[in-house]
Design a protein around this ligand. Sequence first.
Ligand code: F6R
Length: 242
Amino acid sequence: MKVIVCENYEEMSDKGAALIAAEVRQNPEAVLGLATGSSPIGMYSRLVAAYERGELDFSKVKTYNLDEYLPIDPANKNSYCAFMHEHLWDKVNLKPENCHIPNGNIALEDAEAQCAAYDDAIKAAGGIDLQLLGIGRNGHIGFNEPAESLSVGTHPVKLTESTLAANGPLFDDPSEMPRHAVTMGMGSIFSAKKILIIANGKAKHDAIKGLLNGGITTALPASILLLHPDVTLICDKEAYNG
Ligand code: F6R
């Protein structure tokens, strides 16, 4: 794993955006795996700025997001779908039909069926060239939460207390936060040709420390990425040093 330690969030965002921009320039038909959350907001704003300066073309790029709450209406401002529209999809020349995210607007019982179709669609697109990941305070990636075993393909999950506590405050009424999500599985993520993880702030220190100094364990799902041949971690000093 290549590790790049930055001064702060701004530098992390600059470096992360530069890596994605390089991928898109080198392969205009790149398939990108994308994440939501606070970590990539600065990175997305830099990609939008590069597009506005005429330096990037997303017209042939395809994107597949990692995860979505379940159940949630895509029009709900807290949905990951709304997040992507706000921060990237509507601000660059991505074609709407090329922007994909698991559908959270279904009942939990019906989620399994769409999950296999999501993995099949990624495979049919040629697989993910570059997968962007944030990391949870508990080491989750996507919504693959610490557990005795981890799922391979896209699947529905019950969110942990740690994740509910971290994301609940983003909802006007935290009790409205869905208790489940649909997420790409570890296999779906691992199949990406390249992986970029970004992390900032002291709250991520334990997860980063576990990732860099611990072994591979399902108690820290991100640690599985230590086995992947092409992973870059870009984090700030606070996440790295605590
Ligand atoms: C979001 C996702 C999550 C986040 C993680 C970190 O699509 O998959 O795993 O990347 O929870 O979230 P932030 O960036 O908000 O700290």
